[in-house]
Design a protein around this ligand. Sequence first.
Ligand SMILES: C[S@@+](CC[C@H](N)C(=O)[O-])C[C@H]1O[C@@H](n2cnc3c(N)ncnc32)[C@H](O)[C@@H]1O
Length: 280
Amino acid sequence: MNEYLDTNRANWDDRASLHAARASGRGYEVQRYIDDRSLLSDVVRFDRERLGDIAGLSAVHLQCHIGTDTLSLARLGARVTGLDFSSVAIAEARTLVRDSGDEAAVDFVESDVDGALGVLEPASFDLVYTGIGALCWLPRIADWARVVAALLKPGGRLFLREIHPILWSMDETLADDLHLRYSYFERAEPLEWNGESSYVATDRPLTATTTYEWNHGLGEIVTALLAEGLTLTMLVEHDSVPWEALPGQMVQRPDGEYALGALAGVAPLSYTLQAAKPAA
Ligand SMILES: C[S@@+](CC[C@H](N)C(=O)[O-])C[C@H]1O[C@@H](n2cnc3c(N)ncnc32)[C@H](O)[C@@H]1O
């Protein structure tokens, strides 16, 4: 299992340094967050209404990557801790919030999700925020749900916007049709991938090219949260995702999201889920 984790971490260390590019058209174009101190990431902006008022909340952002969503939550008034297992991502996230002026409201810790309770105080967060390519890196959804429930204060909530498992089960190499190829359900053995490119434009190819990923069905995710005593309060499926997940078959919308073109509406591509921990 650790071999999978170590291989994935090497890939994310490699990607994080490239994703933190500041120039326009490269990586996450992070200079935008420094130049405009009110800018929110597209991902946080997409869900702003569903997120509601988070001013004054104590939040943890699991798998925070280079911190663009984390600082966006802080710009909405939350006090946020970002957690990620990539030391490079955490270093880039710290540099970004220092340079963008968001340092006072944000801090970062380096840990894998399974170890979160070793570095963060249990039952200390009003909000656990995560998603957009987060759950696919975790082998067992039940373990993730246990960590989420343990981090939340009584009365706190999980906010998850994630890629739909039906999209992860599609073969993205076919440019002219949708084709189901991979398991929709969680399996013990991961899928192994090899690729030199990331989901954003980068200055060089990746050098740590292997990854291991796991799918988790929507029912498995909901069931895991219910098993931890959380109450499902929102489940909205969307027809779009934040990047061109099925190249050749998608159109970009004005909000930056990508939806299916000719096959618009035949399947959900992402979802927003909220679940609450009952008040004590
Ligand atoms: C696709 S990114 C999340 C993207 C995030 N929504 C964003 O755009 O900023 C996935 C993140 O998960 C982190 N990650 C992967 N497996 C992890 C694990 N087991 N524990 C903690 N972080 C992990 C990676 O380092 C990476 O930063």
